[in-house]
Design a protein around this ligand. Structure first.
Ligand code: ATP
Length: 371
């Protein structure tokens, strides 16, 4: 089954309007700006995630797309159309909230069919057939006569997903749909969700505060902080090339260090830069085409090194630190280190203990600020 409706045909140059577009959107409440001048563009068929800490404006952004909130300023467009005047039921979006809110007095089948209260099933198929197909898609075939209280949390969430997909919306909006589930189930469900999303090719905007989930599930991620979008990019890009200290620290463990620039090699890319931190010199390779300006001697350079880049085999950029605590994580162990009063994290296959000398490759560093 693959019913995708509501997308504009490509123009003569083959360009489609973004499926979802927020153009400098602000949402203020008395005393709070929940969303401030957010501009994002979600492509047709993309799995796009809004991630950030609690209160950063993710849910409000999603509600603005769904039509449950109106912008104080700015424009929301769906398939190129300004939807300011359109109520949620006219927006061609399906939404699954955090508390999936199935109707307890309705069976699974009735709950999914409820998704068709404003719309005919796509493709003119009878409602019963549409519901059956959707239950099959979310792997709940044969459970149509059950009541919601006869289902597990993960199954209930899949019913909510089937209900949201029932009218064949152009866009699927998901607000922390797995937050009530345990970690293992969440991991399983996210694989299923991604499979369903790819099968349908449906544009999806997903909200989570879980950075690992965001990296695992998305085509692209927008990292939000205090109502604003701090960075948008593919998971690997955001993880490897965070543009700000906040993104560097929010997505996964990181060591963020600031030192004084002693030397900069001209004309190379990456630019070899020597920094001094607490009496120790480090040699870094800074991407010249990056988002920070090229460092100059005397600048203060803030850079990050992922814990997995600090290794006992590292011959360059060595430092000797004391292991304070370790956490066993299965395949790796995370060590909290003290290096002359600076807290560092390392992640190694073999557990570290006592005094250790670690090194990192100049290319495994990333600059986040030059001042
Ligand atoms: P969480 O992960 O905790 O759900 P979030 O990132 O989704 O958070 P929002 O729910 O969008 O954040 O809220 C952003 C900010 O706007 C918060 O400071 C919140 O208190 C405020 N806010 C949200 N809705 C309202 C409202 N209806 N009235 C007043 N303030 C609101």
């Amino acid at each position: 089954m693959s019913t995708v409706v509501g997308s504009d045909p490509p123009d003569s140059a083959g360009n489609r309007a973004p499926a979802v577009e927020l153009d400098r959107v602000t949402r203020r409440y008395t005393g709070t700006t929940a969303v401030e001048s957010v501009s994002v563009s979600v492509r047709d068929g993309e799995f796009f995630t809004l991630v950030g800490p609690s209160g950063c404006g993710k849910t409000t952004t999603l509600r603005l797309v769904g039509g449950f909130e109106s912008p104080t300023e700015g424009v929301v467009r769906l398939a190129g159309e300004d939807v300011a005047e359109a109520p949620p039921e006219d927006r061609d979006v399906g939404i699954v909230f955090q508390n999936y809110a199935l109707f307890p007095h309705m069976t699974v089948r009735e709950n999914v069919a409820y998704g068709l209260r404003f719309a005919e099933p796509p493709g003119g198929v009878p409602t019963a057939e549409r519901v059956e197909r959707l239950l099959d898609l979310v792997d709940l075939a044969g459970m149509d006569n059950r009541d919601p209280d006869e289902l597990s949390g993960g199954q209930r969430q899949r019913v909510a997903l089937a209900r949201a997909l029932a009218p064949g919306p152009a866009v699927l909006l998901l607000d922390e749909p797995m937050s009530a589930l345990d970690a293992q189930l969440r991991e399983r469900l996210r694989v299923q969700l991604r499979d369903i999303q790819s099968e349908l090719g449906i544009t999806t905007v997903y909200v989570t505060h879980d950075q690992e989930e965001a990296l695992a599930i998305s085509d692209r991620v927008a990292v939000m902080r205090s109502g604003q979008v701090e960075q948008v990019g593919r998971p690997r890009e955001i993880y490897r090339q965070p543009e700000t200290r906040f993104v560097a620290e929010f997505l996964g463990d990181n060591n963020v260090l600031t030192g004084e620039v002693l030397a900069v090699s001209g004309g190379t890319d990456p630019v070899r830069t020597t920094v001094r931190l607490d009496g120790t010199q480090f040699d870094l390779a800074i991407d010249a085409g990056g988002h920070v300006r090229q460092p100059r001697v005397g600048d203060r350079l803030t850079f990050c090194v992922r814990p997995e880049a600090l290794t006992v085999d590292g011959a360059e950029n060595t430092l000797t630190a004391t292991v304070e605590t370790t956490e066993f994580l299965g395949e790796t162990t995370r060590a909290h280190l003290d290096w002359n009063g600076v807290d560092l994290l390392a992640r190694t296959a073999a557990p570290l203990e006592g005094r250790v000398t670690l090194g990192f490759d100049p290319g495994d560093t990333h600059a986040v600020a030059v001042e």
